[in-house]
Design a protein around this ligand. Structure first.
Ligand code: GLC
Ligand code: CA
Length: 556
């Protein structure tokens, strides 16, 4: 399989609103990112993915775009954006942007036209339907809760929104819509960005029969996935995007692709015939929910978690490449979810880092993950800002669910846990802002912050830097074959990476107990998160990375 720069890269995801504020308005901005390029170089990353900074009324924190060719005032100006691209380049850092094209804001000029009249030239750019029997056209439930249809008084018809009602879905069936999106992508490519993280892309095709969906008796609506997620025909749209924009410009792509079953990997990822370079799959981060039961926490076992990752590792290896991640702006902090954010925070954050980072694919680090940031204690619904969490609270309350149960679920799943401001130092508002931060700062910033992490050579941050160096200087950790070890264990996660005569092993203890392992793993340790490894034993949350040379001509 071909070597490429993005396979050898490490990507850092920035949620600009929460990264670094420079003008005291409590909102992170583009100048803040420029200011922190030194830090990103110190960490050792190659690519930054910036979540949406386009002009937006911010109903869904920028994922509702009002103007694809303008920067939201709070974040800065187009000049700041171009300066960021140019400055990053001096550091050898590329920028990829979020491409949000399943929907726009309802304040986008296209939608303003579209809603004017049934015969407006842009009417068909969105999905409009008349009501049935006095109600919505179908019983589809938006991903953010409530009906996926919104009645628009002007024409008395409903428009479809898979997400919030301020995010009307574009009608990808219309070739003019597709062309407008492709033109916009090219415009951004011309500004010097290296590629796109393609938002919610598996939603762009809808079942054109607009069927009623089967639903549970006690709920008014049915999850819309069956009619809107990864529908037959979607690949025609994506292949057109690939041919017209992505291929000619050799853009790096990583697509957010929930709902793509493993059998469809070749369509999405095949190096020749697939549409994207990488995708984000959701099996491991959604291991704690059941898709058919809304808002119900589901206990999980380590072996299941590992199985999902191994399944994707093995299957993608046949065709192409994978995006590796544990966190992003839609998920809680990994150390709180998969590790121990109390006594063993440092150990378990490092262990998780070793576990996913050495797999086959391009690692993505989400801001704050590299210092082991944790979920934030939140006691009242008023402290949440995320539209998905707020809608969930409202809808579930309406359906009669008890408040403590709703709050307990949000404590485990709310997207705000990943969105609290970056913790830079122990000063006011964690060095994020001199003003009032837009979202609560996690009170543990006093000890968990970048400044402390730089001066402490045992910090999570230093371990990430070591992992990055290790991966950078060993091709086997990038291109080597993956094979799982301890597959059935509910305590240890492990695998090997083999390239030529070189074999690496990664063994991780996911528990707070010491677990015996085969002594041979202790022989040639290259990196461990434990100060003193004890032969044949994995201490609580210990991670061991070892390297062997196979006999010449040995295993492939
Ligand atoms: C993606 C984004 C998420 C957003 C949604 C709608 O899932 O990651 O933050 O709310 O798309 O655009
Ligand atoms: Ca600001």
């Amino acid at each position: 399989m071909a070597s490429t720069w993005w396979k050898e890269s490490i990507v850092y995801q920035i949620y600009p609103r929460s990264f670094q504020d420079t003008n005291g308005d409590g909102v992170g901005d583009l100048k803040g990112i420029i200011q922190r390029l030194d830090y990103l170089q110190y960490l050792g990353i190659d690519v930054i993915w910036i979540c949406p900074v386009y002009d937006s009324p911010n109903d869904d924190n920028g994922y509702d775009i009002r103007d694809y060719h303008a920067i939201l005032e709070e974040f800065g100006t187009m000049d700041d954006m171009l300066e960021l691209i140019g400055e990053a380049k001096k550091y050898g850092i590329r920028i990829i942007m979020d491409l949000v094209a399943n929907h726009t804001s309802d304040e986008h000029a296209w939608f303003a036209e579209s809603r004017k009249s049934k015969d407006n030239p842009k009417r068909d750019w969105y999905i409009w339907k008349g009501g049935t029997g006095g109600g919505e056209p179908t019983n589809w439930e938006s991903i953010f809760g409530g009906s996926a249809w919104e009645l628009d008084e002007t024409t008395g018809e409903y428009y479809l929104h898979c997400f919030s009602k301020k995010q009307p879905d574009l009608n990808w069936e219309n070739p003019d819509v597709r062309q407008a999106v492709f033109d916009m992508m090219e415009w951004w490519a011309d500004q010097g960005i290296a590629g796109f993280r393609v938002d919610a892309v598996t939603f762009i095709k809808k079942d054109q029969r607009f069927p009623q969906l089967g639903k549970e008796d006690n709920r008014p609506y049915a999850p819309l996935n069956e009619a809107c997620l990864n529908q037959p025909g979607i690949l025609d749209f994506l292949r057109e995007m690939k041919e017209k924009v992505l291929m000619p410009r050799e853009m790096m792509t990583v697509a957010e692709a929930p709902g793509v079953p493993i059998e469809q990997i070749p369509d999405y990822l095949d190096e020749e015939t697939g549409v994207f370079n990488m995708i984000f799959q959701f099996d491991h981060v959604d291991i704690d929910i059941k898709p058919d039961a809304r808002g119900v926490y589901h206990p999980w076992k380590l072996s299941e978690f590992k199985r999902t990752l191994t399944k994707w590792q093995l299957e993608t290896a046949k065709y192409g490449w994978m995006a590796l991640y544990l966190e992003n702006h839609d998920h809680v902090r990994s150390v709180s979810k998969f590790g121990d954010d109390g006594k063993y925070r440092t150990e378990s954050a490092k262990m998780l880092a070793a576990y996913y980072f050495m797999m086959r694919g391009t690692p993505f680090i989400y801001q704050g993950q590299e210092i082991g940031m944790t979920n934030c204690p939140i006691d009242s619904i008023d402290e949440y800002a995320d539209i998905m969490s707020l809608n969930f609270y409202r809808e579930e309350t309406k359906l009669g669910r008890a408040e403590p149960e709703i709050m307990e679920y949000l404590a485990k799943r709310s997207r705000d846990h990943g969105r609290t401001p970056m913790q830079w130092d122990a000063g006011p508002a964690a060095g994020f802002t001199t003003g009032e931060p837009w979202l609560k700062v996690n009170p543990n910033f006093i000890h968990i912050n970048v400044e402390n992490s730089i001066s402490d050579d045992q910090s999570v941050l230093q371990f990430y830097r070591q992992l990055i160096k290790l991966r950078r200087s060993n091709k086997a950790l990038v291109y080597g074959d993956y094979e799982e070890i301890y597959a059935e264990s509910d305590e240890i996660g492990g695998y090997s990476r083999t390239l030529g005569e070189e074999r690496w092993t990664v063994l991780c203890n996911f528990t707070d107990r010491s677990i015996p392992i085969e002594g041979s793993y202790s022989d040639t340790i290259i990196l461990s998160n434990s100060m003193e490894h004890e032969r044949g034993i994995l201490k609580p949350y210990e991670a061991l990375i070892s390297k062997y040379l196979l006999p010449h001509g040995g295993v492939k």
